[in-house]
Design a protein around this ligand. Structure first.
Ligand code: NAP
Ligand code: GDD
Length: 345
């Protein structure tokens, strides 16, 4: 049985990827952080199903605690490592730049250094990002396009990307960069714009929210479905040689278009509910992202299965069901009302 370590297993991608790896027959070891409230909600069903058999194992670790990472690798002797953990919110990276940079950079080099000294070949996946491109070029971006990071988050991802490539070339490691464009799902964090919109749509439809405040409505993103994108991660790690890969849909839509589609899924006009506030604008903005996934399509035989319309529909449906549950609890006074956006961003 192959063994995989997944850092950041409690995140959106960690949850989809661990399910996929377990289905493929892997023994999965995921890292979680100690927190004052339990933070495993995205993987609770996988824990219930697979922890007792040892197919899913959780370990306390932090990317800043290098001993926790190297001990894990020495003890588990994995076949594959997927480095997904990061402070992944771009706007927050301007507010916590040092923490974002430390986690974004130290995790990758610590893991690569540990892998380098193992006696067996361990494949390494780095979660690179389309944010690294910077968003000024109005055209499609591929593996050769230049990087121009616009945030501490993106700058840290450029470091991790470069060091992964460096270790591949210098020490002949099977070290892969997946340059993933934005990917969303019902499990997306609620402070990213797509989920913030679909959550609001569900709550507005159920009468428990009255408006939605956003930032730059003109930003354009190449949005895919997270379930499709973890499939690409897995395929990269099975390919004959390690490489850098762009994973994207090849279509881009503005935030305004996403909002329009999400509100129209419940027969509402987005303009009646959406306002904007400077609070949600960033000090430096990535305006336009469009990916060219030709290489992955040709060599990995990968293509996205979920279209933009299906993605929006999937997220809205999920958030309507969530809002229904919330409305019932509110009616029975089992919870207190929250304000429009319980968290900033
Ligand atoms: P996410 O939902 O924010 O999950 C991030 C994970 O990293 C969580 O499990 C989080 O733990 C963990 N984490 C954060 N700081 C950590 C630290 N210091 N030590 C250990 N773990 C830490 O992100 P995602 O959307 O799944 O994305 C996965 C990776 O892909 C990230 O590296 C992200 O930057 C990158 N990426 C994402 C996209 C996208 O569109 N989703 C696109 C390109 C690249 P807690 O649950 O405890 O917070
Ligand atoms: N979060 C947020 N909240 N973004 C908003 C809002 C708002 O209220 N209003 C407009 N936006 C705009 C942002 O300014 C940005 O241009 C766009 O919506 C997308 O923002 P996010 O959903 O926060 O995602 P991101 O593109 O900054 O970053 C995500 O994708 C990257 C890949 O390109 C994250 O998942 C990163 O971790 C990932 O690397």
């Amino acid at each position: 049985m192959k063994k995989a370590i997944v850092t950041g297993i409690s995140g959106q991608d960690g949850s989809y990827l661990s399910r996929l790896l377990i289905d493929k027959g892997y023994e999965v070891h995921g890292t979680i952080r100690r927190s004052s409230s339990i933070n495993t909600s995205r993987i609770d069903d996988i824990i219930a199903e697979h922890e007792s058999s040892g197919r899913l194992n959780l370990h306390y670790s932090d990317l800043l605690d290098s001993s926790s990472l190297s001990n894990l690798i020495t003890n588990i002797q994995p076949d594959e490592i997927y480095n997904l953990a990061a402070q992944s919110h771009v706007a927050v990276s301007f507010k916590n730049p040092i923490f974002t940079t430390q986690t974004g950079t130290l995790g990758s080099i610590t893991l690569l250094e540990s892998v380098r000294y193992l006696d067996k070949e361990v494949k390494f996946y780095q979660a690179s990002s389309s944010e690294m491109y910077g968003g000024d070029f109005i055209g499609s971006l591929n593996e050769e396009s230049p990087f121009n990071p616009k945030s501490p988050y993106a700058a840290s991802k450029v470091f991790a990307h470069n060091v992964t490539k460096l270790y591949r070339e210098t020490y002949n490691l099977f070290a892969v960069n997946g340059i993933l464009f934005n990917h969303e799902s019902p499990l997306r964090g609620e402070t990213f714009v797509t989920r913030k919109i679909t959550k609001a749509v569900g709550r507005i439809a159920m009468g428990i929210q009255s408006k939605l405040t956003l930032g730059n409505l003109d930003a354009s993103r190449d949005w895919g479905f997270a379930g499709d994108y973890v499939q690409a991660m897995y395929l990269m790690m099975q390919y004959k040689n390690p490489d850098d890969w762009v994973v994207a849909t090849g279509e881009t839509y503005t935030v305004k278009e996403f909002a329009e589609k999400a509100f129209s899924a419940v027969n509402l006009n987005w303009e009646d509910y959406v306002t904007t506030s400077e609070k949600y604008f960033r000090p430096n903005e990535v305006g336009y992202l469009l990916g060219d996934p030709s290489k992955a399509r040709k060599n990995l035989k990968w293509k996205p299965e979920v279209s933009f319309d299906q993605l929006v529909q999937k997220m809205v449906e999920h958030d309507i069901n969530q809002a229904k549950k919330e409305a019932t609890l509110l009616k029975e006074s089992l919870i207190s009302p929250t304000w429009e956006n319980p968290v900033v961003n």
